[in-house]
Design a binder for this molecule. Structure first.
Ligand SMILES: Nc1ncnc2c1ncn2[C@@H]1O[C@H](COP(=O)(O)OP(=O)(O)OP(=O)(O)O)[C@@H](O)[C@H]1O
Length: 660
């Protein structure tokens, strides 16, 4: 039977809930590990609470005694295992009563449920450590266990008329990776979803009394397959709706009981009826659960998650680090040992933070006003605290400013002192004026006043004159200073100009000297040029003369080439010229080219003249290129002008024989 109301308040963590009706935000993030939801929580300022951890030690049942096992080292809320100390919120040793354990959980639950918080109680520990016994009691005896204890005390209070409680139960089993609805017993496994409500279509039974709860639980428990015993997790969930008629408010909350399977790993020996594949899956599930609890405290800050690792971890998403107030009961059997890992894990789970939210629906106007007033009071307190802070800040600022204000007050005092001095001076002046007026006793009071006024006027006019004069003097001084500055600037300029002038004069003198030198050099060059021109003219004439002679000789040679004619018939001058073409004369040219003085030894005047001419020719051969007529001689051809060898020959030395 599925109760209609159940879906409306089935799970405060369900997104299906009408959150718009809630006055207090009850966004209950199913997976706080998702970043966005965690951010939402931070935005809502939900106070995180750590998981409450209890350690329950199974009593020695065999002897029906409550003797503490020897090796079990428990000190108040600490247990020492292998020299390591682990802390729990409470430890229920073998000698503690079952009711103490129940009450310690129920007392907290009353407060949480009345406020509309979701709560979870989960048991964990080795096989046969008393997990199921703690929650369900002994089905064969009067010992009801924690669930029925809560049902009796919390869910159906008898005394309060204004309170009405609606309650529904769902019960299911997770066996490795399959979910079975224990209240239906049709043997069909349900689907486990990755997001949102992990298990849907669960059968819910509306219960109205503790007896109904007890019966429902018994029936559900019977539906657990014997094959699954110790290897499955049992979930029992109460959806509770408390209607407070006095405040006209409905609080929705859930209480979930999770009886985990034994934390021991399966082997072929202790699980002979299971397939090796199931054993493998089971062991992996246990390992992943342990890993989740170990790493979750760190993962909550990094937002990574192992929740998707297994079906069990997926379902536990809502509880470990979820929106529920959680109590973890670690059950151990002190006599059997092998509980170290469970103790370690329990101590680690204490670091996991949950983010529970209150779920309230439908407040009346008065209640709303009360809440508003409460909010206003809180705000007022905050503002008052802020005001106090600001006041202290003002005080500190004032003390800092005191030092600066002292300096300004000192300057003000000085100004006041100067003012008083000036006042005294004014008074003395007035006294002087009074004495001046007293010095004239014959005048009447009116006359005295007039005179006094006149004197004052005169004094004022003279003061004005003095002031004007002073001003003109000041102006004059100012102008004088300006002029002085200008004069200084001009004098410095003058110095610069003088230095420039002197340098220019020096430059001019140097240029004049250079000009003179150039002029003298020019004059000498002109003389040299004139001489050279004369020499060239005389040589031109001589060349033309020689060309004539050469033509004559050629003509003569043509005639003499006929037989019977000898060169003896030539005139003496021509004969000499012909001889000059002989090798002997050629040697003479050679020697004379070395020095002109050697040619002076010839006795023959004509020859002397010719020889000296030849010498000159040889020496000037460097000036003129050899003519075509000279080409038949053995003389070496010299081209270009060797100015070093150019000699100015006086006209007297050049005596061409046939000069015009
Ligand atoms: N506090 C207790 N008082 C009396 N008997 C107890 C107590 N705790 C456990 N027992 C008994 O011990 C046995 C094992 O207990 P239980 O089944 O609760 O262990 P478990 O941890 O749930 O085991 P499993 O892991 O197999 O589910 C049961 O017979 C139970 O009656």
């Amino acid at each position: 039977m599925n109760w209609g109301f159940a879906s409306s308040f089935a799970s405060s963590s369900s997104s299906k809930n009408s959150s718009s009706m809630r006055t207090i935000p009850s966004q209950t993030p199913r997976n706080h590990h998702q970043k966005t939801q965690q951010q939402q929580k931070q935005q809502q300022y939900i106070e995180p609470v750590t998981i409450r951890t209890l350690l329950k030690v199974k009593p020695n049942i065999a002897n029906n005694t409550k003797i503490k096992p020897k090796h079990l080292n428990i000190k108040e809320s600490n247990i020492v295992v292998s020299n390591n100390e682990y802390q729990f919120d409470s430890i229920f040793d073998v000698d503690s009563k079952e009711t103490e354990f129940y009450d310690s959980i129920t007392d907290n639950l009353i407060d949480d449920i009345s406020k509309g918080y979701n709560t979870t109680i989960m048991t964990y520990g080795p096989t046969s450590s008393g997990k199921s016994h703690a929650l369900f009691g002994d089905p064969d005896s009067t010992n009801d266990g924690l669930i029925n204890h809560i049902a009796d005390r919390l869910l159906f209070p008898q005394c309060e008329d204004n309170l009405k409680t609606l309650c529904s139960i769902s019960m299911w089993e997770l066996y490795i990776d399959k979910v079975y609805d224990l209240l239906l017993n049709n043997g069909k496994p349900l689907k486990v979803h990755v997001h949102g409500d992990h298990i849907r279509d669960l059968h819910q039974i509306h219960v109205t009394s503790p007896i109904e709860i007890k019966d429902t639980l018994k029936n559900g428990y019977k539906n657990i397959s014997p094959l699954h015993h110790s290897k499955s997790q049992i979930f029992v969930r109460f959806e509770v709706q408390c209607i407070d008629r006095k405040d006209d408010v409905t609080r929705c909350s859930s209480i979930t009981f999770i009886d985990l399977c034994g934390s021991d790993l399966l082997t072929k020996q202790n699980a002979s009826k299971l397939s090796s594949d199931d054993i493998k899956k089971f062991n992996q599930m246990i390992y992943l659960l342990q890993n989740l609890i170990k790493t979750l405290p760190e993962e909550q800050s990094t937002n990574s998650s192992h929740f998707k690792d297994s079906s069990l971890n997926k379902i536990l998403m809502d509880y470990l680090g979820g929106d529920t107030k959680m109590t973890l009961v670690v059950a151990i059997d002190g006599n059997t040992g092998g509980y170290e890992d469970a103790v370690k894990l329990g101590a680690k789970a204490k670091l996991i933070k949950n983010y529970p939210t209150m779920n309230k629906i439908g407040l009346n106007a008065k209640r709303k006003m009360d809440l508003l007033v409460q909010d206003m009071n809180v705000k007022e307190q905050n503002y008052l605290a802020k005001i106090n802070l600001l006041q202290t800040e003002i005080k500190t600022l004032k003390t800092e400013n005191d030092s600066t204000t002292n300096s300004t007050s000192n300057s003000l005092e000085n100004a006041l002192q100067e003012n008083s001095k000036l006042k005294l001076q004014l008074e003395s002046l007035q006294q002087i004026l009074g004495t001046m007026s007293l010095a004239n006793p014959s005048s009447s009071n009116k006359n005295e006043m007039n005179e006094h006024d006149e004197l004052l006027k005169k004094l004022m006019s003279t003061c004005e004159d003095v002031a004007n004069l002073q001003l003109s003097v000041d102006n004059g001084k100012h102008i004088n200073r300006k002029l002085k500055k200008q004069i200084d600037a001009n004098s410095s300029k003058e110095d610069v100009f003088e230095t420039m002038n002197s340098t220019l004069l020096k430059q001019i003198q140097n240029q004049e000297k250079e000009l003179e030198e150039l002029l003298t050099a020019n004059a000498s060059l002109q003389i040299e040029f004139e001489n050279l021109r004369k020499v060239s003219n005389s040589r031109k004439e001589r060349i033309t003369h020689l060309e004539k002679i050469l033509k004559d000789l050629q003509n003569h040679n043509v005639q003499s080439s006929s037989p019977g004619k000898s060169p003896k018939h030539l005139p003496s001058k021509l004969a000499t010229k012909v001889d000059s073409n002989s090798p002997q004369n050629h040697s003479l040219f050679k020697t004379s080219s070395k020095t002109s003085s050697s040619s002076t030894s010839n006795s023959n005047s004509n020859l002397n003249a010719n020889t000296s001419w030849s010498v000159r020719k040889a020496s000037t051969a460097t000036i003129t290129s050899t003519t075509s007529q000279d080409s038949h001689t053995a003389r070496p051809i010299k081209r270009g002008i060797n100015l070093h060898s150019v000699r100015v020959v006086s006209e007297s030395t050049i005596v061409p024989e046939h000069s015009p």
